[in-house]
Design a protein around this ligand. Structure first.
Ligand SMILES: [Zn+2]
Length: 93
């Protein structure tokens, strides 16, 4: 986990992952690049994402009901999920 905190509006982990996967548009990707160039905390998070070689989690459907509306919480199982650490940032109270 990064010891420094984001000093600007933090970039979410999901957004950093989408950036790393090349899923963001040019403007959004450029905004991430500007942010991580100036923010050691978010740059550290992005480096952790790039260095992460664990597989993506898998979503297993344990039952296939007749209609979409018949699904229940118990019908889904998330495998190989792990949570990353938080991105520290100042918050307003
Ligand atoms: Zn930041």
């Amino acid at each position: 986990m990064s010891a420094v905190a984001c000093t600007r509006e933090p970039v979410s982990w999901l957004r950093l992952e989408r950036y790393a996967l090349g899923e963001l548009g040019a403007d959004a990707a450029r905004a991430i690049e500007v942010h991580v160039a100036e923010c050691a905390a978010c740059r550290g998070c992005l480096e952790r994402i790039w260095g992460d070689d664990r597989p993506l989690p898998r979503l297993v459907l344990k039952r296939k009901p007749e209609t979409l509306f018949d699904y229940r919480f118990e019908d889904f199982e998330l495998l190989d999920y792990y949570a990353h650490g938080s991105i520290k940032a100042p918050i307003a109270v």
